[in-house]
Every structure is written in structure tokens, then in C-alpha cells.
Design a protein around this ligand. Structure first.
Ligand code: BV8
Ligand code: ZN
Length: 264
């Protein structure tokens, strides 16, 4: 029998390396939850074909973080930085949300109170039908003028002109993402922190949880008494805070979990 190369081996609704008990416990915790937060990273988009940051072939390979994702790098060479982001936009036009995105969008109608918070700038949660997504690190589809601050959504890939210029003041435009050394959007951080403080359950999906202040949200939820469920083939930096660890790919684990949670 041909065994799929991917690490994930399924037998019916069982995943190799993940025990059924954990899945049932996670479902039980979610069934009795009123306020749920889902917190995601690059891993949730991995099965859509979007490279993660630190995985093999990860986004940063070949590009030191400091080279492309900092205001200093943009100041020094805006065209090089724009080529990096334009290529990511072009690649994203070739991918679709996967079942993990679909479940996390569906949960907005499954729980009395639900907040989807992401570090991803790829827009795939929205593409999967999520109505409200707190994008802590901005969106790659947003462009902002460094001169007058005018912001606009631009989905052209490739962009017609690199670097793009502001139609209002002619100033240089930059990707609408948060770079290292930059503060996160205050409203997004306030929304995410309030949701983490008030949640019964925080489901952390596909993040290594090394980038702050985003990763701090899991600590906020845990220290406020929220139960943490981690969905990730590998242990993240916050795995020690998890009540239940589901070690498998989100695109396989979340549909199984959703099935078990069932119609509440
Ligand atoms: C700031 C947008 C104030 C751009 C990004 C405290 C301690 C240490 C350092 C700091 C600290 N506070 C601040 C810092 C500095 C810095 C930081 O955290 N550095 C890290 C590297 C140590 N933080 C900042 O600079 C932040 N700003 O603090 O401002 C300030 C101001 C002035 C001076 C000082 C401070 C801003 C950070 C935001 C940067 N922008 N993205 C872009 O995308 O281009 S961060 C970017 O990297 C992502 O958004 C994400 O946050 C991070 C990558 O992490 P992940 O998404 O988790 O991806 P990764 O590849 O690491 O992991 C993937 C995971 O998925 C793995 O665990 C893997 O096992 C799993 N996986 C794989 N396949 C699957 C899967 N899981 C499920 N299913 C699968 N199929
Ligand atoms: Zn402008």
C-alpha cells in the first residue's frame, strides 16, 4: 500500500502520533466553552503551499530578517524590499485557503463569543470566509504612503510599478505590514489582548510563538485562567502552557476536532 510521504498518516479519523484521547479532551473543552480565541501563525497556511518562516525553505531563508522586514532595510533599499513582498503577493495569488482556515472561519458561528487573531499577512483567513480577523502584523494586500500615511488595499500582483507611489501626495508607498522594531497596530493589539484576557479557551494553531508581543497573548490567556489547546506537529515555545497538545497538521486536525465538537 502506497504510504503518503507527508509525515501525517491517517487511519480513518486517527492521526499517527496523535492519541485519540487528546482529540476528545480538546473537543470536550471546546464544547463547554463560551468565549473562544483562535491564534494563528504561518503553520495554518502551510498546507495551502505558503512557506513558513522558520520551516525548511522558510521565507527567511536567503533573506536575513533584518534585510527585508525592518524599516531600516526599506529605508536603505525600498526596491529590494518591494521585490521581496511583490514576489510573496504573486505566490499568494496561486494558493487557496485549506480546511484549517475553513474550520476557523466556521467557528465564528459555532461559539457564543469568538475572536480569530493572526500573525499572518496572507489574507487567507478572510478568503476562507472569516468576517472579523485581528491581523496583528498587518496585511500584505495593504499599501501605505510613508509621506502622508494614506492607506489603500491593492491586490494587483505583480504591482504595476515598483516601488509604488502615493496617488495623493506622490510619496513612496510601503507594504502595510508590521516590521521588526515597529509597534503593532494599537487597536488590533488591544482587541487581541482583551479577547485573550476574557477567553475560556485559546486555540493556538501553527505558530512557533517566538515573535513578541504576539506570542505573549498565549501567556495572557493562560494566566487569566483560559485553557490553551495547541495544534502543531511540533511543540512551540508556549507548548508548556497547553492543556492539550494536538500534534498534527492543522488542515487535518481541525476538521477532526470540529467534527467532534459537533453542533453545540
Ligand atoms: C515590537 C510581518 C516594539 C512582516 C512579522 C521580547 C523578547 C524578544 C524579542 C522581542 C521582544 N519584544 C520585541 C522583540 C523584538 C521582535 C521579536 O519578537 N523578535 C523575535 C524574532 C525574537 N518583535 C518586534 O520587533 C515586534 N515589534 O516589539 O515593537 C518595539 C519597538 C521598537 C524597539 C523594540 C520594540 C514586531 C514583530 C512583527 C514582525 N513582523 N510579520 C512579514 O510577514 O513580512 S513577524 C512574522 O514572523 C510573522 O508574522 C510571525 O509573527 C513570525 C513567524 O512566526 P510563525 O508565524 O510562528 O512562523 P514560524 O515559521 O516561526 O513557525 C511556523 C510554525 O508552524 C512551526 O511551529 C511549525 O511547526 C508549524 N507548522 C508547520 N506546518 C504546520 C504547522 N502547524 C500546523 N499545521 C501545519 N501544517
Ligand atoms: Zn501620500
Amino acid at each position: 500500500m502506497h504510504r503518503p510521504r507527508a509525515a501525517t498518516v491517517r487511519f480513518g479519523n486517527r492521526i499517527q502520533g496523535m492519541n485519540q484521547g487528546d482529540l476528545s479532551r480538546a473537543a470536550e473543552i471546546l464544547r463547554s466553552a463560551g468565549r473562544v480565541v483562535a491564534f494563528t501563525g504561518a503553520g495554518v497556511s502551510a498546507e495551502s503551499g505558503v512557506p513558513t518562516f522558520r520551516g525548511a525553505g522558510g521565507l527567511w531563508e536567503g533573506h536575513a530578517v533584518q534585510q527585508v522586514a525592518t524599516p531600516e532595510a526599506f529605508h536603505a533599499d525600498p526596491l529590494m524590499v518591494w521585490r521581496f513582498y511583490d514576489q510573496r503577493r504573486i505566490n499568494l495569488t496561486k494558493v487557496r485557503p485549506n480546511p484549517a482556515h475553513t474550520v476557523l472561519a466556521r467557528w465564528q458561528d459555532r461559539f457564543p463569543s469568538y475572536q480569530l487573531v493572526t500573525q499572518n499577512v496572507d489574507g487567507l483567513h478572510h478568503a476562507a470566509g472569516a468576517r472579523e480577523v485581528v491581523e496583528l502584523h498587518g496585511s500584505i494586500w495593504c499599501v501605505r504612503c510613508v509621506g502622508c500615511g494614506h492607506e489603500r488595499e491593492d491586490r494587483s500582483a505583480p504591482l504595476p510599478d515598483l516601488p509604488p507611489r502615493c496617488s495623493a501626495c506622490g510619496g513612496l508607498e510601503r507594504p502595510g505590514v508590521v516590521w521588526f522594531g515597529e509597534y503593532l497596530p494599537a487597536r488590533a493589539m488591544a482587541l487581541a489582548t482583551a479577547a485573550a484576557e476574557a477567553c475560556d479557551v485559546l486555540v493556538v494553531v501553527g505558530t512557533s510563538a517566538v515573535v513578541y508581543p504576539a506570542a505573549g497573548l498565549v501567556e495572557v490567556a493562560a494566566s487569566a485562567g483560559g485553557k490553551v489547546i495547541e495544534v502543531n506537529p511540533e511543540a512551540s515555545q508556549v507548548a508548556h502552557l497547553a492543556e492539550v497538545e494536538l500534534r498534527g497538521p492543522a488542515g487535518v486536525v481541525l476538521p477532526l476536532l470540529d467534527e467532534l465538537v459537533g453542533d453545540r
